[in-house]
Ligand binder design. Structure first.
Ligand code: GTP
Ligand code: MG
Length: 150
């Protein structure tokens, strides 16, 4: 079963949306295996978004991500990388469908409240960037697993 790096950006924390967004992943049946509140350094933000380094909005994006605390999380479950992206919705909240996190809770691309890994490779790299191995918890979700999966 796979893991995805999910991060609530500083705007989500400022707006008090942490509980609501975490709840959507929990309710879907995905398992929380790591969570911490951290204010990223500019260097950390640049490492996280390294693939966008050549884009004109890169400096603004990194400054924004390091402007305050973010909620760094790892969720585990079947197809969680792709499903997480579906739950999050399109990069531009104006294009994101209602029912998605961005489509319900955000308006502009630069303040789109949440990040989700977009591939197995990026999930692995992002989890390693944000968490030490001992911060990842292996635990059995005994009550729900039988009722979510076959
Ligand atoms: P993340 O989950 O945060 O990685 O978003 P994404 O995968 O939907 O989009 P992408 O990785 O392409 O871009 C990362 C972030 O950069 C986005 O979430 C936006 O906040 C920001 N971004 C992307 N494209 C633009 C743009 O054209 N203009 C501005 N201002 N910001 C952008
Ligand atoms: Mg991305």
């Amino acid at each position: 079963t796979e893991r995805s790096y999910i991060m609530l950006k500083p705007d989500a924390v400022q707006r008090g949306l942490v509980g609501e967004i975490v709840q959507r992943f929990e309710k879907r049946g995905f398992k929380l295996v790591a969570l911490k509140l951290v204010t990223p350094s500019l260097e950390m933000a640049q490492k996280h978004y390294y693939d966008l380094a050549e884009r004109p909005f890169f400096p603004t994006l990194c400054k924004f991500l390091s402007s305050g605390p973010v909620v760094a999380m790892v969720f585990e479950g079947e197809d969680v990388i792709r499903q997480g992206r579906r739950m999050i919705g399109a990069t531009s909240p104006l294009a994101a469908d209602p029912g998605t996190i961005r489509g319900d809770l955000a308006i502009i691309t630069g303040k789109n409240i949440i990040h989700g890994s977009d591939s197995k490779e990026s999930a692995e790299a992002e989890i390693a960037l944000w968490f030490k191995p001992e911060e990842l918890n292996s635990w059995k979700k005994t009550d729900v697993e039988a009722w979510v999966y076959e």
